[in-house]
Design a protein around this ligand. Structure first.
Ligand SMILES: [Mg+2]
Length: 193
């Protein structure tokens, strides 16, 4: 019987639970946006241009919806977490249908899912706070895991512990995180020992 260090895990989806699928640079180029946070750059566009930008993003997401592949060893890890009574959640800026497609493909179940349709998106802490309330868990007993600085900022703002997921070859940084994992096996070590 393993003693888990956390009572709940909240995952980012693209690039964390899954191998990175979305090509954010291709989306930026097609919309004509500079480097930077995709959603924030879209919100800076004149109002009449924003819908067109979201249409482009949604087209990319639709193309990617069935291409999502879980990270190596993610399935057995999630199963071990389940067996250890750890709550499992997702906070993503992607759409609900993308999460549903991933869950259907791999027969996964999560205790809480917050997607772009929610009123606030990362790095705002509200998506995580929403889940903590649902789970009735104090933030320090929950680990937020993500491959982008927003995931870490979101967790820190909500008061959870944080784990930066460093994909091979990624230039993203997460030095403010409590932990860094370079694989699901690393993450398993952090969570289950
Ligand atoms: Mg991500």
């Amino acid at each position: 019987m393993t003693t888990a260090r956390f009572k709940g895990l909240i995952f980012d989806m693209d690039g964390t639970l899954t191998i990175p699928t979305l090509d954010f640079n291709a989306m930026r180029n097609e919309i004509g946006l500079p480097e930077g946070d995709l959603a924030q750059e879209v919100f800076k566009l004149p109002p009449e241009k924003q819908q067109g930008a979201w249409d482009i993003i949604e087209r990319h997401e639709t193309q990617a919806i069935h291409d999502q592949i879980l990270q190596d060893n993610a399935e057995p890890f999630l199963a071990r977490c389940r067996a250890a009574d750890i709550k499992l959640g997702i906070v993503t800026r992607n759409e609900r249908r993308s999460v549903d497609a991933l869950c259907a493909k791999y027969a996964l179940e999560f205790d809480a899912v917050v997607t772009r349709e929610f009123q606030f998106i990362k790095p705002h802490p509200a998506p995580i706070l929403h889940i903590l309330k649902q789970w009735n868990l104090p933030p320090q007993e929950v680990l937020m895991i993500g491959d982008y600085v927003h995931d870490i900022d979101c967790g820190r703002a909500a008061g959870t512990k944080t784990c930066f997921y460093h994909n091979q070859g990624s230039t993203d940084h997460g030095e403010d995180a409590d932990f860094t994992a370079r694989s699901i096996d690393d993450l398993s070590e952090i969570v289950l020992g």
